[in-house]
Design a protein around this ligand. Sequence first.
Ligand code: ADP
Ligand code: MN
Ligand code: MN
Ligand code: MN
Ligand code: MN
Length: 358
Amino acid sequence: MAYLLEKTTTLQKYLDLPQNGKIIAEYVWIDSFGNLRSKGRTLNKKITDVSQLPEWNFDGSSTGQAPGDNSDVYLKPVAFYPDPFRRGDNIIVLTECWNNDGTPNKFNHRFESNKLMKAHSKEKVWFGLEQEYTLLDPIDGYIYGWPKGGFPAPQGPYYCGVGSAKVYARDVIEAHYKACLYSGLEISGINAEVMPSQWEFQVGPCEGIKMGDELWMARYLLERVSEEFGVKVTFHPKPLQGDWNGAGCHTNVSTANMRVEGGMKYINDAIEKLSKRHKEHIELYGKDNEQRLTGRHETASMETFSSGVANRGASIRIPRSVQAEGYGYFEDRRPASNIDPYLVTGIMVETICGAVPD
Ligand code: ADP
Ligand code: MN
Ligand code: MN
Ligand code: MN
Ligand code: MN
């Protein structure tokens, strides 16, 4: 720990150096495994609009995104955020991946999703995602802070827990929260989860494609923060078998119609439509999600679709307060922690509002 502190103090000396008018832009993209990648470049002046950001490229053969003999993949900037690590005018740039023949890369799910969002922009679809995740020891991959080769006391005291041995790595979570706020993300809250060393942050409500953008950026900041604290983040939906909760990404949804008086009718219509496409949704709701959607640990079975008011064992939950007021939003509890939010928000809009017209 002393070494870490000393190292940080030494680094600060360099971070404080002026940049001679140049800025650093860290370009971020999503690879073929659903992991984040990034690389930095120098730009000559402060950026005030995304259109000022140059396209860039990378070696797609190193990320599973292109063959070695045609390896260039292009990075098209779509949004940028203040960089909480480098600060000043430095920025983090979210990009879409494109092939050199002018088609979106196979793993660029933002492109199709954005078409759906644009086609239905009048409906003003809002999302709020509850990103759960688990912290691991980066050396041995075991759950962070747990006794080696053993287990902490059974679940019960940890959810929103307070106090030593009930809550693990709060420093990481605080750092991430502040980093998100600094970058201007719509992070709306944070809480310790049911399994020790499992946490959640919420992003939203965000309209349309902004939801996927912001969740990916919040994940990026979390991964970067974790480097500095010596913990490893996993988004696996069931990091540990046994009587331990899995990790999800509950997806809260509303359209403009649902948010005003009489909205319950539109919420029920949406749930009816969702019930008819359960299998298609599940296919996009995360790899290994079957390990999580067992019907236990606050989940509904993957085999059947269900809905209910205040029911945390249903596929879709209508919050009690929404039922009482007669309008608001609903929660899809099926998506796993490792979803691509572009796919999930995309199919949600397709199911509720309709496909993109030809
Ligand atoms: P839970 O009780 O399921 O743990 P949380 O408080 O963690 O709920 O998350 C609720 C989420 O719902 C937040 O991300 C919030 O932004 C989102 N939300 C609130 N109102 C709406 C709305 N009208 N449309 C979509 N999402 C909403
Ligand atoms: Mn090189
Ligand atoms: Mn929650
Ligand atoms: Mn939760
Ligand atoms: Mn929830």
